[in-house]
Ligand binder design. Sequence first.
Ligand code: HDE
Length: 749
Amino acid sequence: RKPVEKVKDVVAAAAAKVADALSPDVPGAPGSGTPTLEEPTTPRDPLPPKGEQGTPDTRTPTGVETGVAPTAHGQQGAFLTTAQGARLRDTDHSLKAGPRGPVLLQDHHLREKITHFDHERIPERVVHARGAGAHGLFTSYGTAEGLTRAGFLKKDAQTPVFVRFSTVLGSRGSADTVRDTRGFATKFYTGEGTFDLVGNNIPVFFIQDAIKFPDIIHAAKPHPDREIPQAQSAHDTFWDFVSLHTEAQHHTIWNMSDRGIPRSYRTMEGFGVHTFRLVNDAGETVLVKFHWKPKLGVHSLTWEEAQLICGLDPDFHRRDLYDAIEAGAYPEWELGLQVFPDTPGETFAGIDLLDPTKIVPEELAEVQPVGRLVLDRTPTNFFAETEQVAFHLGNLPPGIDVTNDPLLQGRLFSYVDTQLTRLAGPNFPQIPINRPHAPVNDMLRDGFHQQAVHAGVAPYRPNSLDGGNPFKAGDAENAFLDVPVRVAEAPKIRANPLSFDDHFSQVRLFWQSMSPVEKEHIIAAYTFELGKCYEQAIKQRQLQCLANVDPVLCEQVATGLGLPVPKPTQPVAEVAPSPALSQMGQVSPVDGRVVGIVVGDEEPDGVASVREAVFAAGMVPLIIAPHGGTIGTVTVQRTFATARSVEFDALLLAAAPPPAPDALPARDAKAAAAGDVTIDPRVLLMVDEAWRHAKAIGAWGDGASVLEQAGITDTLGVLAVGSGPEALAAVQQLLGSHRIWQRFPTSVV
Ligand code: HDE
């Protein structure tokens, strides 16, 4: 007999012995009688790539095709293999000496599987650890052509991009809706080299010099002893630092405003923060600040919503981004530039353009649109793309250059440095998400995780052995130009320009530009955050800062804290407000807004057509019912057990569902039994919260009686009307203004 058949006999005999040896009371063992779930037995073809998603670029960093099929590591093929491609019979049992062990060291599959698993995690980002990303396309209007030679800003140029949004303070698993600054980092894969615009949703920063970055971050991160609080600035060390290091006060007031709790990444502005220098074909330069303006307007959550969502849906912003893209409501921003003459003083209207704690109000320098960004693709793999993407301010194409902003200069060092640890070595630009789309021909060699098989023997210049390659490019070949700006002749010194000493005038500018409702929110935020501090001295010191900003702000926060109102230590600045800083008064498109529709056990009149109409308006309808499944012809997306008002931008009530006693807490069940409550209390809570958060509420048919029982008699933005379409039309119009602002109290300011 052939040896291979003998082996098969031996294997079969061993298997039979194993089966005999297995104790029948082991679940799933032959003879145990415990049913096992059936697995598919026929291999199938690999799954096609996710809709519209391109395969990773397989070019080496030298631009040469590797020839490796991009799906080779897709883990979607029919047969399970080892990392080396050997097919496997079993991945459920380790190799043992008999069924009762011990496990054998020679089990290479066990060791490979567990060793790889043991090393799956990489260090999270030291800041901006929590994030979500998406792919998209940037289309240039050509309006910046005269200012820069950058090809991606030429008319109609289209550039693929990857954007990562983030919070700053929290760990990778922290909640999305905490009060914090948001990162807005964009990688433009331009044909002339990658351009990374690594910005935030707040146009200023806490510090003026990069050397203070470890200080502000150590102060803002959780306390080193107990590692709490997570993803919060409401604690002593943060307020200790910002009240002492008063250049942080401008950024801080933005955090305390509604900007610190965005409704969605889609409704955030983005800012490059620093001033950059553009250079055109003629070598002429201008100074610019980058702005992203969201198509949907700038909108925020209320503080109560933000807190509730931290518990109810910690992935709220991430989910919102993915859901919007997958529903076809593609998030969109316009890129704009504030343009300033490149004068030797690097100031504009008396504002130092190198001071990253200052803005230039849009009323003084209009934001000029230069292109449009549309995000239309979610990542295929979170780790490979969103986690491994590595941004760096020094990734600049010809036509864009840096300035002497000391914060920017320090950042130029920090990003690559941190990635050396986070992505384990110097070859992270070769990771698919980081690969430039421009052909690469560098002389960087070797290092951990080198993916390229570099040909040639002379990765040095000058050489004769590789024919003198690679050659240096000049103007004609579009080489990057370090703009030869004059460096001032000055002593070597650790100091700031005098203009950097103004720490309060723009804090006041921001405060003065807010509407009364926004001012109320700012007062409440300071009162909350300082109220969470333990040290009286820290609270008093921060109140001292607020006294330099505005007497009403200071007095109100002091009253909330029960502390005396300090006198200002310097005259309160005279400033002209900048209306562009306020979020109120905008009317925005309603795309992707979420409308909850409450129904009962039976399909109410008009619900199906209202649902269709919500879709047709580009919004997202979610039917909320007493139970899952379907109600008549409509499918249920949320039940009274899973829904909470904070998920919706507006609420429509099409029924007055009665309480379901067994689904109620004891107190509500008692009230229901007594006949005091005739509507499910969870619906009443939803309506109450929607009202409190100033959301539009529409009702028709039986739905009107819910408003009555919820005690909502104020008709501001609450509409009981004759039919579903009428209710929707009214609510849709109100949604354009985001909230019914008049519902917030403004008694104080
Ligand atoms: Fe960052 N920042 N930063 N930062 N930053 C990082 O780089 C740093 C600053 C910003 O989605 C780190 O790869 C220093 C301003 C974003 O991957 C690190 C200073 C602005 C992201 C780093 C600043 C930002 C980062 C951590 C003071 C807005 C997330 C992980 C000089 C204009 C990018 C990493 C992503 C990430 C350093 C200040 C935005 C440590 C030293 C100002 C959006 O390198």
